[in-house]
Design a protein around this ligand. Sequence first.
Ligand code: ATP
Ligand code: MG
Length: 208
Amino acid sequence: MTQVLRKFGVMGGTFDPVHYGHLVTAEAARREFGLERVVFLPSGAPPHKDPTGVTDAEHRYMMTVLATLSNPHFDVSRVDIDREGVTYTVDSLRILREIYGESTELYFITGADAILEIVSWKDPEKLLELAHFIGATRPGFSLDRVPQSTQEWLSHHPERVHMIKVPALAISSTDIRERVRTGNSIRYLVPEPVEHYIRRHNLYKHNL
Ligand code: ATP
Ligand code: MG
């Protein structure tokens, strides 16, 4: 049996743009599960979103780098944005396993909303073979709201599925894009360098 020497978190997302909700969640998971690193994984063409409405991957990547720079335990991976076409999480995890090797255990971190989606993802069983799964619920979110079939599926894998609570941060990228478009402030919702990057590149002025 391979000895597990280190544990890495993987924080997948569109990050359009990255915000403090993502950062707080990643840090909470890191502390709670003793993760050596959390790798942020900006998506290529996400299967669950309309690819035409998503900002250019290089902009999303740059903003994620800027947001994570000050935390020595945070990293950003280009694995998904450098791949052509639709990228599935299960394939991304397979690639990351190859890069980091057998002795690294992966913990895939997602927010509560993604728990509902995970069973509909490509190959959910394989996903749990490749990585642990950390579902971050916000206070007030109850697993009762998760459909029975999903709850049953999750309960079959208690050693691979974990839940953590993160502080209630009602921040979403959708809201930030809308704020920029309508001229509202995004100060204290995203790290300052991200705010500057958005202004400098005139992002989110026209699209939602
Ligand atoms: P959008 O509004 O465009 O859907 P988002 O804010 O949900 O964007 P994503 O890039 O879709 O951001 O999310 C990446 C991951 O971060 C997902 O697993 C999502 O559940 C989680 N997440 C997003 N916002 C928060 C938040 N405020 N607190 C905790 N987790 C979050
Ligand atoms: Mg989302």
